[in-house]
Design a protein around this ligand. Structure first.
Ligand code: CTP
Length: 212
Protein backbone atom coordinates (compact mmCIF):
# COMPACT_ATOMS: atom_id res chain seq x y z
CA UNK A 1 0.00 0.00 0.00
CA UNK A 2 0.99 3.65 -0.28
CA UNK A 3 0.49 5.53 3.01
CA UNK A 4 0.12 9.30 3.25
CA UNK A 5 0.90 10.35 6.83
CA UNK A 6 0.82 13.82 8.34
CA UNK A 7 2.79 14.62 11.48
CA UNK A 8 3.72 17.41 13.86
CA UNK A 9 2.16 20.80 14.49
CA UNK A 10 1.42 23.48 11.98
CA UNK A 11 2.79 26.96 12.54
CA UNK A 12 0.70 30.02 11.79
CA UNK A 13 2.86 33.09 11.40
CA UNK A 14 2.04 36.55 12.72
CA UNK A 15 5.26 38.01 11.29
CA UNK A 16 8.67 36.50 10.33
CA UNK A 17 9.59 35.81 13.97
CA UNK A 18 6.28 35.19 15.75
CA UNK A 19 3.74 32.41 15.31
CA UNK A 20 0.98 30.45 17.02
CA UNK A 21 1.26 26.68 17.20
CA UNK A 22 0.80 23.76 19.63
CA UNK A 23 2.76 21.19 21.65
CA UNK A 24 2.96 18.45 19.01
CA UNK A 25 6.52 17.18 18.39
CA UNK A 26 5.70 14.78 15.54
CA UNK A 27 6.78 11.63 17.40
CA UNK A 28 3.58 9.65 16.83
CA UNK A 29 3.39 10.51 13.11
CA UNK A 30 7.07 9.74 12.54
CA UNK A 31 6.61 6.42 14.38
CA UNK A 32 3.68 5.67 12.03
CA UNK A 33 5.88 6.45 9.00
CA UNK A 34 8.78 4.34 10.31
CA UNK A 35 6.54 1.34 10.99
CA UNK A 36 4.62 1.56 7.70
CA UNK A 37 7.90 1.72 5.73
CA UNK A 38 9.41 -1.16 7.75
CA UNK A 39 6.33 -3.26 6.90
CA UNK A 40 7.05 -2.76 3.19
CA UNK A 41 4.67 0.10 2.38
CA UNK A 42 5.46 3.20 0.33
CA UNK A 43 5.21 6.22 2.66
CA UNK A 44 4.82 9.93 1.97
CA UNK A 45 5.22 11.88 5.20
CA UNK A 46 3.90 15.46 5.29
CA UNK A 47 5.63 17.04 8.27
CA UNK A 48 5.05 20.31 10.05
CA UNK A 49 8.05 22.00 11.72
CA UNK A 50 9.62 19.27 13.91
CA UNK A 51 13.15 18.32 15.01
CA UNK A 52 13.08 14.67 13.90
CA UNK A 53 15.09 12.69 11.34
CA UNK A 54 13.27 11.20 8.36
CA UNK A 55 12.77 7.44 8.87
CA UNK A 56 14.49 5.14 6.34
CA UNK A 57 12.58 4.60 3.12
CA UNK A 58 10.16 7.50 3.71
CA UNK A 59 9.56 10.39 1.29
CA UNK A 60 9.22 13.57 3.33
CA UNK A 61 7.42 16.78 2.37
CA UNK A 62 7.99 19.68 4.81
CA UNK A 63 5.24 22.23 5.37
CA UNK A 64 4.67 25.11 7.77
CA UNK A 65 1.02 26.16 7.92
CA UNK A 66 -2.31 24.34 7.86
CA UNK A 67 -2.98 25.67 4.36
CA UNK A 68 0.42 24.34 3.18
CA UNK A 69 -0.45 20.98 4.75
CA UNK A 70 -3.82 20.91 2.99
CA UNK A 71 -2.15 21.63 -0.37
CA UNK A 72 0.43 18.85 0.21
CA UNK A 73 -2.27 16.35 1.23
CA UNK A 74 -4.38 17.26 -1.83
CA UNK A 75 -1.33 16.83 -4.10
CA UNK A 76 -0.29 13.42 -2.73
CA UNK A 77 -3.65 11.82 -1.89
CA UNK A 78 -4.45 10.55 -5.43
CA UNK A 79 -1.39 8.23 -5.37
CA UNK A 80 -2.21 6.83 -1.91
CA UNK A 81 -4.47 4.08 -0.58
CA UNK A 82 -4.31 5.07 3.09
CA UNK A 83 -4.27 8.40 4.92
CA UNK A 84 -3.25 8.89 8.54
CA UNK A 85 -3.91 12.40 9.85
CA UNK A 86 -1.60 12.41 12.83
CA UNK A 87 -0.79 16.12 12.59
CA UNK A 88 -2.01 18.58 15.19
CA UNK A 89 -3.34 21.09 12.68
CA UNK A 90 -3.77 24.61 14.07
CA UNK A 91 -7.47 25.44 13.84
CA UNK A 92 -6.85 29.18 13.63
CA UNK A 93 -4.40 31.55 11.97
CA UNK A 94 -3.77 35.26 12.40
CA UNK A 95 -6.06 37.28 10.13
CA UNK A 96 -3.13 39.49 9.13
CA UNK A 97 0.43 38.32 8.47
CA UNK A 98 3.14 40.97 8.40
CA UNK A 99 6.06 40.55 5.97
CA UNK A 100 8.31 42.44 8.39
CA UNK A 101 8.81 42.02 12.13
CA UNK A 102 6.16 44.00 13.93
CA UNK A 103 7.27 46.59 16.45
CA UNK A 104 5.83 46.20 19.93
CA UNK A 105 4.53 49.77 19.92
CA UNK A 106 2.57 49.21 16.70
CA UNK A 107 0.95 45.92 17.83
CA UNK A 108 -2.53 45.53 19.21
CA UNK A 109 -2.87 43.45 22.40
CA UNK A 110 -5.72 41.60 20.67
CA UNK A 111 -4.82 39.12 17.93
CA UNK A 112 -7.53 38.72 15.32
CA UNK A 113 -7.82 35.14 14.06
CA UNK A 114 -9.52 33.42 11.17
CA UNK A 115 -10.40 29.75 10.80
CA UNK A 116 -8.05 27.37 9.02
CA UNK A 117 -9.50 24.74 6.72
CA UNK A 118 -10.29 21.36 8.27
CA UNK A 119 -8.10 19.11 6.12
CA UNK A 120 -10.17 15.95 6.65
CA UNK A 121 -13.39 17.81 5.84
CA UNK A 122 -11.84 19.34 2.71
CA UNK A 123 -10.79 15.97 1.23
CA UNK A 124 -13.68 13.86 2.45
CA UNK A 125 -15.31 13.73 -1.02
CA UNK A 126 -12.09 12.33 -2.50
CA UNK A 127 -11.89 9.36 -0.10
CA UNK A 128 -13.09 6.74 -2.60
CA UNK A 129 -11.95 3.29 -1.47
CA UNK A 130 -9.11 4.69 0.65
CA UNK A 131 -8.71 3.92 4.34
CA UNK A 132 -8.72 7.13 6.44
CA UNK A 133 -7.46 7.31 10.03
CA UNK A 134 -7.43 10.30 12.35
CA UNK A 135 -6.12 11.09 15.81
CA UNK A 136 -7.77 12.97 18.65
CA UNK A 137 -5.85 14.39 21.59
CA UNK A 138 -8.29 15.07 24.40
CA UNK A 139 -8.15 16.32 27.98
CA UNK A 140 -11.75 15.32 28.70
CA UNK A 141 -13.55 12.15 27.62
CA UNK A 142 -11.46 10.67 24.76
CA UNK A 143 -14.07 7.98 24.00
CA UNK A 144 -17.03 10.31 23.50
CA UNK A 145 -15.04 12.99 21.68
CA UNK A 146 -13.27 10.37 19.58
CA UNK A 147 -16.55 8.79 18.53
CA UNK A 148 -17.95 12.23 17.58
CA UNK A 149 -14.88 13.00 15.42
CA UNK A 150 -14.91 9.53 13.81
CA UNK A 151 -18.46 10.16 12.58
CA UNK A 152 -18.16 13.88 11.77
CA UNK A 153 -14.94 13.42 9.79
CA UNK A 154 -16.09 10.25 7.99
CA UNK A 155 -13.15 8.12 9.19
CA UNK A 156 -12.58 4.37 9.25
CA UNK A 157 -10.43 4.60 12.39
CA UNK A 158 -10.01 7.22 15.10
CA UNK A 159 -7.14 6.92 17.55
CA UNK A 160 -8.10 8.74 20.75
CA UNK A 161 -5.69 9.58 23.54
CA UNK A 162 -5.89 11.40 26.83
CA UNK A 163 -3.14 14.00 26.76
CA UNK A 164 -3.65 15.00 30.40
CA UNK A 165 -1.67 11.84 31.35
CA UNK A 166 2.10 12.49 31.63
CA UNK A 167 3.02 9.20 29.92
CA UNK A 168 0.78 9.71 26.87
CA UNK A 169 0.45 12.37 24.20
CA UNK A 170 2.88 15.17 23.46
CA UNK A 171 6.69 14.89 23.45
CA UNK A 172 6.95 11.46 25.13
CA UNK A 173 7.86 8.10 23.56
CA UNK A 174 4.86 6.25 25.00
CA UNK A 175 1.15 6.46 24.37
CA UNK A 176 -2.08 4.98 25.73
CA UNK A 177 -4.80 5.03 23.11
CA UNK A 178 -8.26 3.77 22.31
CA UNK A 179 -8.92 2.58 18.77
CA UNK A 180 -12.46 3.49 17.66
CA UNK A 181 -13.65 2.04 14.38
CA UNK A 182 -16.36 2.98 11.91
CA UNK A 183 -18.21 -0.30 12.55
CA UNK A 184 -18.78 0.72 16.18
CA UNK A 185 -16.01 -1.34 17.81
CA UNK A 186 -13.40 -0.08 20.23
CA UNK A 187 -10.15 -1.42 21.63
CA UNK A 188 -8.21 0.12 24.53
CA UNK A 189 -4.49 -0.53 24.20
CA UNK A 190 -2.25 -0.58 27.30
CA UNK A 191 0.65 1.84 27.76
CA UNK A 192 2.91 1.12 24.77
CA UNK A 193 5.78 2.77 22.97
CA UNK A 194 4.65 4.97 20.06
CA UNK A 195 6.29 2.43 17.72
CA UNK A 196 4.16 -0.36 19.22
CA UNK A 197 1.02 1.80 18.92
CA UNK A 198 1.96 2.46 15.29
CA UNK A 199 2.35 -1.31 14.66
CA UNK A 200 -1.22 -1.85 15.85
CA UNK A 201 -2.62 0.97 13.71
CA UNK A 202 -0.78 -0.03 10.52
CA UNK A 203 -1.82 -3.68 11.04
CA UNK A 204 -5.46 -2.57 11.48
CA UNK A 205 -5.28 -0.49 8.28
CA UNK A 206 -3.73 -3.39 6.32
CA UNK A 207 -6.63 -5.62 7.40
CA UNK A 208 -9.20 -2.92 6.59
CA UNK A 209 -7.71 -2.56 3.09
CA UNK A 210 -7.96 -6.32 2.56
CA UNK A 211 -11.67 -6.19 3.50
CA UNK A 212 -12.51 -3.47 0.94
N1 CTP B 1 -7.71 17.84 11.60
C1 CTP B 1 -7.72 18.28 10.28
N2 CTP B 1 -7.79 19.64 10.03
C2 CTP B 1 -7.88 20.52 11.04
C3 CTP B 1 -7.91 20.08 12.39
C4 CTP B 1 -7.82 18.72 12.63
O1 CTP B 1 -7.66 17.46 9.35
N3 CTP B 1 -7.96 21.84 10.76
C5 CTP B 1 -7.59 16.38 11.85
C6 CTP B 1 -6.45 15.99 12.76
O2 CTP B 1 -5.25 15.75 12.04
C7 CTP B 1 -6.98 14.74 13.43
C8 CTP B 1 -8.48 14.99 13.51
O3 CTP B 1 -8.77 15.99 12.52
O4 CTP B 1 -6.75 13.58 12.69
C9 CTP B 1 -8.97 15.45 14.86
O5 CTP B 1 -8.24 16.61 15.21
P1 CTP B 1 -8.63 17.47 16.49
O6 CTP B 1 -7.70 18.63 16.59
O7 CTP B 1 -8.72 16.52 17.66
O8 CTP B 1 -10.10 17.91 16.10
P2 CTP B 1 -10.83 19.27 15.83
O9 CTP B 1 -11.59 19.08 14.55
O10 CTP B 1 -9.86 20.41 15.87
O11 CTP B 1 -11.88 19.31 16.98
P3 CTP B 1 -12.04 20.07 18.41
O12 CTP B 1 -11.41 21.42 18.28
O13 CTP B 1 -13.53 20.09 18.57
O14 CTP B 1 -11.36 19.17 19.42
Amino acid sequence: MHFLITAGPTREHIDPVRFISNRSTGKMGFAMAQVAAARGHAVTLVAGPVALATPAGVTRVDVVSARDMLAAVEAHLPACEALVMCAAVADWRPAQVSAVKLKKRSMSPVLELEANPDILAAIRDRKGGRIFAGFAAETGDPRAEGRRKLVEKGLDLLVANDVSQPDAGFAVDTNRVILLTGDGREQSLPLLSKLQVAEQIVAWMEQAARRT
